[in-house]
Design a protein around this ligand. Structure first.
Ligand code: DGL
Length: 274
């Protein structure tokens, strides 16, 4: 039987936190995960680089038979998704689809806040793009988004230092910078797929009553809803519950780190993309 998995893409391991939630919600589908570890992190790279790398990875997943690709990376969603959807898709694969994680999150964010003030922790790339502010305005014009870039957090996680005391230093510093922007923030969104691994440490620096949200479940619910609204795409996705993992870097490193993000051990295959 032909394999037409849903493609899940991230610059590295972070998207595995999203894939984990997607599988919980929609276990029947096949999924192919691609981590561009060799070129991660994306968070500090230019728009051109993030767009170029993301497009290459999307094309690769299409070539693997994926009719639908989820950019499970905020930085790629912020810097590359729109151009890929508007300029590239019509030319390279008009019947395929690429979705991101920012829209599903901003469609729901207003339901979580009572003060209408949301704090956002993300990579510098996501913050600079202003995407969350722009998208939130569309769905909840009354909601104000305060942003804080946390440039050290992805490297801490990628280097397996997220449980160390070095992580506490940077987390405290960046969370404080966010909360200093307003005392009315009642909801803090982890707008980077790596950050759920830092959740316990982040919580220690949030005042009681401030809720901390990660995106995995929100994105999973949104995908389920997308499939309901798009039966033509749903029927193209194969359903044998098969999982495959690919990385552009060392598979040994991937296998060693990925379990932390995914919750169980993984065996990845190496791919060259350029
Ligand atoms: N996990 C990606 C995100 O959600 C960023 C990681 C990176 O900087 O590559 O933004």
């Amino acid at each position: 039987m032909n394999q037409h998995p849903v493609g899940i893409f991230d610059s590295g391991y972070g998207g595995l936190t999203v894939l984990k939630e997607i599988i919980k919600k929609l276990p029947q589908y096949d999924y192919s995960y691609l981590g561009d570890n060799a070129r991660a992190p994306y968070g500090t790279r230019s728009f051109e680089s993030v767009y170029h790398y993301t497009l290459e990875c999307v094309k690769w997943l299409f070539a693997k038979g994926c009719p639908l690709v989820i950019l499970a990376c905020n930085t790629a969603s912020a810097k590359a998704l729109r151009t890929i959807q508007q300029n590239d898709l019509p030319v390279i694969a008009p019947d395929n689809r690429v979705l991101g994680v920012i829209r599903p999150t901003t469609e729901k964010i207003g339901d979580y806040t009572k003060t209408n003030e949301v704090g956002l922790l993300a990579t510098a790339g996501t913050v600079l793009s202003g995407s969350y502010i722009i998208e939130t305005q569309k769905f909840y014009p009354q909601v104000k988004v305060f942003q804080q870039a946390c440039p050290m957090w992805v490297p801490l996680v990628e280097n397996n230092e997220h449980n160390g005391i070095g992580a506490d230093y940077f987390i405290e510093k960046d969370v404080k910078k966010l909360l200093d922007q307003s005392h009315n923030i009642d909801t803090v969104l982890l707008a980077c797929t790596h950050y759920p691994l830092l959740k316990d440490k982040i919580k220690k620096h949030l005042p009681g009553g401030v809720q901390l949200l990660s995106q995995g479940e929100i994105v999973a619910n949104s995908l389920a809803d997308y499939f309901k609204r798009h039966p033509e795409m749903e029927s193209r996705c194969s359903k044998q519950g098969k999982l495959r993992f690919y990385t552009t870097d060392s598979t040994d490193d991937f296998d060693a780190h990925a379990a932390t993000f995914f919750g169980k051990s993984i065996h990845a295959e190496h791919v060259s993309i350029e």
